[in-house]
Design a binder for this molecule. Structure first.
Ligand SMILES: C[S@@+](CC[C@H](N)C(=O)[O-])C[C@H]1O[C@@H](n2cnc3c(N)ncnc32)[C@H](O)[C@@H]1O
Length: 261
């Protein structure tokens, strides 16, 4: 049938009406997902884009070490692209001056991966790990944030477990509520800051406290930046970034990155 033919155009319109492009696309996505055509499909991220890090043995070994610390309430949840970003950032800043900090550590999955991936002991740096190690801080968290954390299974006292996990590394485990514990980080320079407290006010306070200590080229990783349900954190981080004249780089993993100029 010729393409400028009336019948052809008519048939095409009918096809489009019966099978709207959204239906065709979503059917195709479903079939591709089912037949394993996606290069990556976990942690809210489904893509055909190459995920070469999945075959990088160094990364996968590090991931395994951290993933082994996952809370039982998370089942077998996987988040390899997010972990890969964090490891990549850690490697990227390791030659810079300054220490590593994570606010919101829980059992220490990400920190443990980083330690393995970049051979952290060989850097001679300190890794400061700040958390209550017993869940959210009610005095700084909204009802919604408290509620969500219950579903995630935070709240059990895991301080001794975390101390044991990191006992043989150049790590300082700092127990207590952020922002109240921030003053304990007396390091004048930091090059890596991971913020993952699922709580807008403490996250903002941590970012404000560490920004001046972050060396040029240093990187902040905001774990929940683009995730639905975390809009208040995003709003706070965007507002702070804007006040500094920098932008948060939004990643498809849901993370946000800030590079210190
Ligand atoms: C999403 S988890 C962190 C996960 C962690 N980054 C990992 O690699 O597994 C959030 C953590 O933030 C902690 N947290 C929330 N609010 C806090 C606050 N104000 N001060 C200190 N820790 C807090 C909780 O205790 C919880 O362990």
């Amino acid at each position: 049938m010729k393409k400028d033919n009336f019948l052809y155009t008519f048939a095409k319109q009918i096809f489009k009406f019966v099978f709207p492009s959204r239906l065709v696309k979503s059917t195709r996505l479903f079939i591709d997902l089912y037949s394993g055509k996606f290069a990556y499909s976990e942690d809210c991220l489904y893509t055909y884009v190459h995920a070469d890090f999945l075959t990088d043995q160094k990364f996968m070994d590090a991931y395994k070490k951290g993933h082994a610390l996952m809370l039982p309430s998370w089942g077998d949840y996987q988040f390899r692209w997010r972990a890969y970003i964090v490891c990549w950032v850690a490697e990227h800043v390791r030659a810079l001056e300054g220490e590593f900090v994570e606010c919101g550590v829980n059992t220490g999955m990400l920190a443990r991966m980083i330690i393995d991936y970049i051979n952290f002991p060989s850097t001679g740096k300190q890794f400061y790990l700040l958390d209550t190690y017993e869940g959210m801080a009610a005095e700084y968290s909204s009802q919604d944030e408290m509620q969500r954390s219950k579903h995630m299974g935070y709240g059990r006292d895991i301080y001794e477990q975390v101390k044991e996990t990191f006992a043989s590394f150049n790590v300082r485990v700092i127990k207590g509520v952020v922002p109240d514990t921030l003053q304990q980080i007396t390091a004048e320079k930091i090059c890596f800051l991971s913020i993952d407290m699922n709580s807008a006010i403490p996250e903002r306070k941590a970012l404000e406290y560490f920004w001046d200590k972050l060396v040029s080229g240093g990187v902040v990783v905001l774990d929940d930046y683009g995730f639905p349900g975390h809009e208040e954190q995003k709003r706070n981080h965007d507002e702070f970034a804007k006040s500094l004249g920098v932008q948060v780089l939004a990643l498809p993993t849901g993370q946000g990155l800030i590079f210190k100029p």
